[in-house]
Design a protein around this ligand. Structure first.
Ligand SMILES: Cc1cc2nc3c(=O)[nH]c(=O)nc-3n(C[C@H](O)[C@H](O)[C@H](O)COP(=O)(O)O)c2cc1C
Length: 320
């Protein structure tokens, strides 16, 4: 499949996740069959006004590509400034616009999902971003602000008119946050109304979930978000089922230990041990969530891991 002329292999897009989809996470997930990865959301204000810490989110690598950098903001003027800087500073393939973040700190400024409540302004905002960007622009939305204002069809059509190269849809409303079930039915039939690729997101926790989501929505690709945490093989399993109709087995405990170590090393290399360990406490327990009898181990990692040594002792202990 192609998004704005960029070739995307396979059926899986790695969803943008703030606090998770660092360069290390994206590089770790890539070989499992990720066709396109997105960065964590990046404040266009942070970029436009020279916040050095925001610039760290712009880091990509060859392994990482094709990769989309996701921005969020409330003003086309600021977005234009940020895009000019990003184009100078970063190597990337796609620019994505976050129109779905439900967090109050973000929506109160008019960013994220609050755009879904001002469709006309949104269309103009995206038109200006598309005009400013030399890379294809994609957008990620939700079904609407809340149950009573589901407007995903008209928003998607406006985004397409404004020139986006693909649309990602998290099949929940803003009001749902991350709770409740993703509602794929809400976008049934949308695919035939738009000509750009459609990427479906929400509750993709198994290859069968991906198949169901694609069957209902006709989406070209699925986004793996929480389901991929500690379960990188999900990406391989989805590609195998969607492309070849093959059901692959789940990984063994030994494989999961190996993956956890590999990811830990990659994040430590990127961030340094002190910062990485704090993130790893949250992420590594996911690798053992599917294995009964490892609750204490997961707790140990989450609450009593202060160094790489602590972490690797625990991981090695799993197999002894
Ligand atoms: C911890 C976390 C951080 C997220 N950060 C972002 C983000 O930065 N940008 C974005 O568009 N979506 C973000 N999302 C939403 C995901 O990309 C995805 O659409 C959502 O989690 C639904 O998929 P799931 O139910 O399979 O997890 C985030 C989700 C989670 C759980």
């Amino acid at each position: 499949m192609y998004i704005g002329g960029i070739e995307i292999k396979g059926k899986v897009v790695l969803a943008p996740m703030a606090g998770v989809t660092s360069l290390a996470y994206r590089e770790f997930m890539k070989p499992f069959g990720v066709g396109l990865s997105y960065s964590e959301m990046i404040s266009d204000c942070g970029i436009a006004f020279g916040n050095r810490r925001t610039y760290e989110y712009l880091e990509t690598s060859e392994i990482d590509r094709p990769v989309g950098l996701q921005i969020f903001g409330y003003s086309a003027d600021i977005a234009e400034k940020a895009i000019a800087i990003i184009e100078k500073e970063a190597t990337y393939d796609i620019l994505d616009v976050n129109l779905g973040c439900p967090v109050y700190k973000v929506t109160k400024t008019g960013s994220g999902s609050s755009w879904l409540r001002k469709e006309e302004e949104l269309e103009e905002y995206i038109r200006r971003i598309v005009a400013a960007s030399h890379k294809p622009v994609t957008a990620k939305i939700r079904l609407g602000w809340d149950e009573d204002s589901i407007n995903v069809f008209s928003v998607a059509e406006r985004l397409q008119r404004a020139g986006v190269a693909a649309i990602g849809i998290h099949c929940r409303t803003k009001a749902q946050g991350y709770a409740g079930k993703a509602n794929y039915e809400a976008i049934r039939g949308l695919k035939s109304k738009i000509s750009v690729p459609l990427i479906v997101s929400g509750d993709i926790f198994s290859a069968q979930d991906a198949k169901t989501a694609v069957e209902i929505t006709g989406a070209d690709m699925v986004m793996v978000a929480r389901g991929g945490l500690g379960h990188p093989c999900l990406v391989t399993q989805i590609n195998a089922l969607l492309e070849d109709g093959v059901v692959l087995p789940d990984p063994t405990l030994e494989q999961q230990v190996e993956y956890a170590k590999r990811f830990a090393n990659m994040l430590i290399d990127l961030r340094g041990e002190t910062v990485a360990i704090k993130e790893l406490r949250g992420l590594i327990p996911h690798f053992f969530a599917g294995f009964p009898g490892y609750k204490a181990t997961r707790n140990q990692i989450a609450t009593r891991t202060n160094s790489k040594n602590d972490l690797f002792l625990t991981l090695n202990g799993i197999l002894s």
